[in-house]
Design a protein around this ligand. Sequence first.
Ligand SMILES: [Zn+2]
Length: 137
Amino acid sequence: MIKYNLKCENKHEFESWFSESKEYDRLKKKKLIECIFCGSKKIDKSIMSPRILNSKSAKISENQDLKKFKRDLINVRKFVEKNFEFVERNFADKIREVYYNKNNKRNIYGVATDKEKEDLKEEGIDLISIPWVEKDN
Ligand SMILES: [Zn+2]
């Protein structure tokens, strides 16, 4: 079933159900569709109601925002992967190594536990956490 908003030559608008879009064309050709208000057989499909259009476009822009947000996060990830050295183990120790050694100008990244983050913060080392998005979805 498909629902169309129809409009007659006198601008009366009404809704009508058809089994398929072809049925509308068939009935229109045979002049079997008439205005429920004035009986006119000059009927056209009218545009969807603004409410439907609005909710549809809102959804689209929401998806695009999400996609853009994700693209941004992926760019952050790519930047970090390119410019930072990944430290898999003893991240907290490596941070101290870099932090306290003035000749050591490495950028590093890795995973720290909440406890490690707290300890480091007490030492005056503030970490930045970034959301880590998967690249392939
Ligand atoms: Zn009419």
